[in-house]
Design a protein around this ligand. Structure first.
Ligand SMILES: [Zn+2]
Length: 398
C-alpha cells in the first residue's frame, strides 16, 4: 500500500483518511478485502451464509435465520466507507459487513489460532514436578467469591495450568458447593452432588478407604466425564499421612512422546475399558462402562482428556489379543515417567484444591484417623462447558 510512503506530517487528517482506505473486490469464488496493509479473503458462500441483516440474522438470540441456498454468488462488491463492505447478491439480497466484524473472522492462520488459543480454549502450559510450585497459582476464597476479576483469574489459571489452590475458605460443609454455584452449577454423578471423602468402614468406593490412593482421574468410566474437581479440605489428618499427590498428565504424555513415540502412539490409539460397579446411598446400583484410550485429543490435535485409574480399569479388555501385551508395556513406560513427575504436598484446612479432572492426576498417601481426628474432604464437580461459558462473558466484559 502507498500509505507507508506518506510522511507523518502536519497533514494528519489526509494521512488518516488515506491510511484507512478500504477496498473490496470479487476474486473468483471469494471476496478480497484490503484495508491498511492487511489483505483478507473470504469465501462468497460463507459471506452470504453469515449476512447480519435482520432478515438473515436474529439479533435477540444472536442466531442465524438465513436458510442456505446453493448457487448464490456476489454480483457487485464495494466499500461503503472506511468501515464497511457492501455486497449485492444474485438472489436480490444486499448485505453490509462491518470491517471489525470481518477482521475478527479473518481466515488467516494467525487469526484462527489466536481465536482458538485466547477465546475458545486457553493454551495449556505444562508442568513437571519441579515447576509445580511456580505454576500452581493461589487465590483467596473471598476474592474468587466476591469479585469478577478474582473469579476470572482463577478460571484462567485452571484452564492454563490445570490446577489452582484457593485459601482461607470457611469451615462449612457447603463451601465447595458455593464455589461451584459461583461459576454456574454442580455436575451431579452417581456419587451425588457433593461427595465426602473420609474413611468409611463399609466403603463402596476405593477413595473411601484410608489406604494410599494411587494417582488417577475421577470417573473415567463416563463418556461425559466431569471436567473439574473442587476438593475442600474440611479436616486434615494429624497423622503424617493424607498428603496430596498430583501430576500434570499432559506433560507426562508429552515426555513419553519424546522418549518413546511407539508407546505414546499405543496409549493414544488402544481403547481401554473403564468401569465402575456400585451403589450409593442405598440406591438401585449402577454399572458404568466407557471405552477410551488413555490419551485423547480435541479437534485441533491438543490434549483434551487423560483416563487413568487402577481400580476402575475393567478386567474386560476388548481389544485384539496381540494388542494387550504391548499396551501393558506402553502403560508401564508412562508410569515410570509419572513417578518422576509427581509432586506431594499436604492440604491445609480451609484450602480448596481445584483442578482439571481431564488432565491432572490426583491421589493421596495413606493416613491414620483417630476418634477426635477424622480426615474429611468434601468435593464437587463442575463441567468445562459451564466454566468456559462464564469465563468468556467475563473476558468480553459483558
Ligand atoms: Zn441478509
Amino acid at each position: 500500500m502507498f500509505a507507508r510512503f506518506l510522511p507523518r506530517s502536519p497533514h494528519a487528517e489526509i494521512y488518516t483518511q488515506i491510511r484507512s482506505l478500504l477496498t473490496a473486490s470479487i476474486e473468483s469464488q471469494y471476496v478480497r478485502v484490503n484495508h491498511d496493509e492487511k489483505s483478507m479473503k473470504f469465501p462468497q458462500i460463507w459471506l452470504r451464509d453469515n449476512c447480519c441483516c435482520p432478515e438473515c440474522f436474529h439479533e435477540g438470540t444472536q442466531s442465524r435465520i438465513y436458510k442456505f441456498k446453493v448457487g448464490v454468488r456476489a454480483e457487485r462488491v464495494q466499500a461503503l466507507d472506511d468501515k464497511s463492505v457492501q455486497i449485492e447478491w444474485n438472489d436480490r439480497h444486499t448485505s453490509v459487513y462491518n470491517l471489525k466484524w470481518l477482521g475478527e473472522r479473518d481466515f488467516s492462520p494467525e487469526n484462527r489460532q489466536k481465536y482458538i488459543d485466547e477465546f475458545y480454549r486457553l493454551k495449556h502450559v505444562f508442568w513437571g514436578k519441579e515447576d509445580f510450585k511456580k505454576e500452581c497459582k493461589e487465590f483467596e476464597f473471598d476474592e474468587v467469591m466476591g469479585t469478577n476479576e478474582g473469579l476470572r483469574k482463577w478460571m484462567e489459571a485452571l484452564a492454563i495450568y490445570g490446577v489452582a489452590l484457593i485459601n482461607n475458605s470457611p469451615k462449612e460443609k457447603t463451601t465447595a458447593r458455593r464455589l461451584a454455584d459461583r461459576v454456574g452449577f454442580i455436575r451431579k454423578t452417581h456419587y451425588g452432588e457433593e461427595f465426602s471423602v473420609m474413611s468409611k468402614p463399609d466403603a463402596k468406593n476405593y477413595a473411601y478407604l484410608s489406604a494410599p490412593l494411587p494417582l488417577h482421574t475421577d470417573l473415567p468410566y463416563y463418556e461425559y466425564k466431569p471436567g473439574l474437581n473442587l476438593l475442600h479440605c474440611f479436616t486434615q489428618s494429624e497423622s503424617s499421612g493424607g498428603q496430596s499427590l498430583t501430576a500434570d498428565a499432559f506433560y507426562v504424555a508429552e515426555r513419553l512422546k519424546q522418549k518413546d513415540p511407539k508407546s505414546y502412539e499405543i496409549l493414544t490409539k488402544v481403547p481401554v475399558d473403564w468401569n465402575d460397579i456400585g451403589s450409593e446411598g442405598g440406591g438401585e446400583g449402577f454399572h458404568s462402562i466407557y471405552r477410551s484410550p488413555m490419551i485423547n485429543f480435541d479437534a485441533d490435535g491438543r490434549y483434551n482428556r487423560i483416563n487413568l485409574s487402577i481400580p476402575q480399569r475393567d478386567s474386560h479388555f476388548t481389544v485384539k489379543l496381540e494388542e494387550v501385551i504391548p499396551w501393558y508395556e506402553a502403560y508401564w513406560k508412562l508410569i515410570e515417567i509419572l513417578k518422576e513427575e509427581t509432586t506431594t504436598f499436604k492440604l491445609k484446612e480451609g484450602q480448596l484444591l481445584t483442578f482439571n479432572n481431564l488432565r491432572v492426576l490426583h491421589g493421596r498417601t495413606g493416613y491414620d484417623d483417630n476418634e477426635t481426628n477424622v480426615r474429611h474432604i468434601i468435593g464437587v464437580y463442575l463441567d468445562w462447558d459451564i466454566v468456559y461459558a462464564r469465563w468468556r462473558v467475563l473476558k468480553s466484559g459483558k
